[in-house]
Write a protein that binds this ligand. Sequence first.
Ligand code: SF4
Ligand code: SF4
Length: 277
Amino acid sequence: MSQQGAAPLTKAEIIAEAKRLGAELVGFASVGRWAEHGDLSWEYDPQRLWPLTKTVIAISIPSLLPITETKINAVYHAQYTNTNQLLDEIAYRLSAFLNRHGHAAFNICRDGYGVDAMRLRPVAVFSHVWAAHYAGLGEVGWNHCLITREFGPRHRLVSVLTALELEGDPMVEEGSICNKCQLCQKACLTQSFSGNKHKDRRSNMNKYACLNRRAKFKGEPCGYCLKVCPVGEDRKRFQSRKVNHYFEERTAFFAKNRVSLDPVHPMNLGPLPSSES
Ligand code: SF4
Ligand code: SF4
């Protein structure tokens, strides 16, 4: 339902604008899904943040696999910053587009709290992961990331809240993407995940263990729980189907407590053979 005097906007028009701005995946969650599914406390309900919310628009852009794999700090961090800025810009500009058409909307930045603040209290203002799940982009996997068919967990998310009432997209059935292989748990440098895959929908996550990894490992990029995940069309595209080398890399990482940097090649693991693992 449109606000009084507002120009009508369809989902297709909003998706087209989001993609023109650089979004890869776009989905719509009707606000009732938070209460209906009850996965989160009321603190995280969009209507608690903003009572006018009728729809949450979830937006994702990929973290490109070779950069997720690189061990060159500067390359990894620069790309991380670039994707975050792009994501926030897309969401801001999409909010402005909705407002221009008469529909109240604003974006919630992707995070930006900083590790120090997160160490004191590892909670966010809003869960983009669950918003994207309710918007049908993927499912919340064993590693607590949103797992998509396109990129597995290798992407970043942001959300736009709007008073424009739109039909929610079909949600992904839980268990249809994350196969609970637990490779993310096995590869984690800090043993942040635990749980019984036969009983639990997803792992228990020790957020402090993950947050403290930077101090422990001198700020080296981590993300083993992302890059090891075998799900995602991106693995096929980058001809990277094997995962054993992550475990070898991890062993070496522990042995040295640092990783070797290849000053020449930004992907020191190199392209992998296209055969199945
Ligand atoms: S690595 Fe396996 S268990 Fe972990 S999120 Fe990916 S599919 Fe799920
Ligand atoms: S980022 Fe690293 S330490 Fe944190 S959960 Fe993933 S693998 Fe574990």
